[in-house]
Write a protein that binds this ligand. Structure first.
Ligand SMILES: N[C@@H](CCC(=O)N[C@@H](CS)C(=O)NCC(=O)O)C(=O)O
Length: 100
């Protein structure tokens, strides 16, 4: 998969550690995105339209990702090897996933 030219669309609410996790990942990976912040519970109008419920939701040309861990795994799959967030060492990867 390649990195899309258009910025990603990130549906969020302002105070959420899951949303912050995805903002942080996008910032670290220097991927451009447009954040769409919503006041809860009205975020559901936006998330349900793209097949989700909770926030964050990342809307991409490859589809919508509705879970923060799925979003990070997707982002990791499109960036170059040297930029990856997750270690490629299986033991370290397991530790990271347990911590996450
Ligand atoms: N497993 C989900 C959990 C996301 C989650 O629980 N988000 C909360 C905000 S911190 C939320 O959207 N709550 C309101 C709702 O479910 O509509 C993830 O990692 O993205």
């Amino acid at each position: 998969m390649e990195i899309q030219q258009k910025p990603f669309r990130l549906i969020t609410i302002p105070v959420s550690h899951y949303c912050e996790k995805v903002r942080l990942a996008l910032d670290i990976l220097k991927l451009s995105y447009v954040e769409e912040p919503h006041m809860p519970p009205f975020h559901r109008f936006a998330t349900t339209k793209v097949g989700g419920k909770s926030v964050p939701v990342l809307v991409t040309e490859d589809g919508s990702f509705t879970d923060s861990t799925d979003i990070l795994k997707y982002l990791d799959s499109i960036v170059p090897r040297e930029a990856k967030l997750y270690s490629t060492n299986p033991e370290q990867r397991q530790q990271i996933e347990e911590l996450e």
